[in-house]
Design a protein around this ligand. Structure first.
Ligand code: HEM
Length: 343
């Protein structure tokens, strides 16, 4: 954070805490900021800071509510997940919500701090209609009534909180979560094409995740989310689940990668995918994790040690959904209780 950034990064008002989030490259360039839900444009801080705002890509985030308010949203999402369990042949909405949280975050570009979960820009047509996002509209529709019930939450906070809720409710690790993302206008929507191509190899995967600052261990941990849900011809041109337990978060993916008998075949959409005789599948980018020796070591570790996987996944997922956002130390993460824990 630049000197300017740290000087101006915090201001406290009666009901809210503002924080400066964004690029570290803006030394001396000024402070661009956007107001959370635009509710306070005329206050004196805005007037003082506005002249500094020219085009730096920095953002001002705001947290208005306490942990108990976010737990209410967690509970609303978790209850709806339980109630609408018939989606996708009884897989339920959990996996698609995890994928939504990842895709809204996975557009992040560290070189100019564009994209990422901060601005909630998935709600705009350009991002929603990115061919890589096919099928995620189901997650968006699922969340619409929640957004209506809690209109004060920003879209970026809602998408990421929904991913956290889904992981925890599917028996995954606790994911400490921070509020403060701020809706950005449509012109901040990242261009299509920033999400990964599943037909590629290990060097592509490694290079892709460098753009977001992830190392090998974090990449392998993140991809363990492919224990959840399935691929769909209509969305991606691939078909099938990665394993048996499609709505339970576990290390099954790593065991399947290592122990199943995989055959590379052309599917009905003309794409190459790995299949086994139980009807499971792997994408070429999944198989990259056992083709590359460095990745494979980590796959073996997670296959043997689910605890290590859970712990690393939680940290990597937090990093994913917070990429490009700077939270001041006094904004504490909330660790949500699952519905089971509240019963
Ligand atoms: C190299 C990186 C990745 C590639 C190429 C990739 C590719 C894909 C593809 C092609 C699908 C199928 C979509 C469909 O047809 O409906 C999918 C689904 C999914 N992905 Fe990934 N993915 C990657 C990383 C991740 C990460 C990092 C996460 C989460 C941490 C994730 C979570 C999911 C989930 C939960 C689904 C299932 C969605 C559903 O059942 O509707 N993926 N992914």
């Amino acid at each position: 954070m630049s000197a300017i950034g740290s000087t101006f990064s915090r201001a406290f008002s009666k009901n809210s805490i503002y924080l400066l989030a964004g690029a570290t490259t803006a030394v001396g360039a000024g402070v661009a900021f956007n107001k959370y839900q635009n509710n306070n444009r005329n206050n004196s801080r805005w007037k003082i800071w506005a002249p500094l705002a020219a085009g730096t890509g920095l953002h001002l985030a705001e947290v208005q509510k306490g942990p108990e308010d976010y737990q209410k949203i967690y509970n609303a999402i978790a209850t709806k997940l339980r109630d609408e369990d018939e989606y996708d042949n009884y897989i339920g909405y959990g996996p698609v919500l995890v994928r939504l949280a990842w895709h809204v975050s996975g557009t992040f570009e560290k070189s100019d701090n564009s994209g990422g979960s901060f601005g909630g820009t998935y709600r705009f047509k350009k991002e929603m209609n990115d061919p890589s996002n096919k099928g995620l509209q189901n997650g968006f529709k699922f969340l619409s009534p929640i957004q209506k019930e809690f209109p004060w939450i920003s879209h970026g906070d809602l998408y990421t909180l929904a991913g956290v809720t889904a992981i925890q409710e599917m028996q995954g690790p606790k994911i400490p979560w921070k509020a403060g993302r701020v809706d950005q206008p449509e012109d901040k929507t990242p261009d299509n094409g920033r999400l990964p191509d599943a037909s590629k190899d290990a060097s592509y995967v490694r290079n892709f995740y460098k753009r977001m600052n992830f190392n090998d261990r974090e990449v392998v941990a993140l991809l363990g989310a492919h224990a959840l849900g399935k691929t769909h011809y209509d969305n991606s041109g691939f078909e099938g689940p990665w394993g048996a337990a499609t709505n339970t978060f576990s290390n099954e993916y790593f065991n399947n990668l290592l122990n199943e008998n995989w055959k590379l075949e052309k599917n009905e959409a003309g794409n190459m995918q790995y299949n086994n005789d139980k009807g499971y599948m792997m994408l070429p980018t999944d198989m990259a994790l056992v083709q590359d020796p460095n990745y494979k070591k980590i796959v073996k570790e997670y296959a043997e040690n689910e605890k290590a996987f859970f712990s690393d996944f939680s940290k990597a997922f937090t990093k994913l959904i917070e990429n490009g956002i700077e939270f001041p130390k006094d904004i504490k993460a909330t660790t949500f209780k699952t519905l089971d824990e509240q019963e």
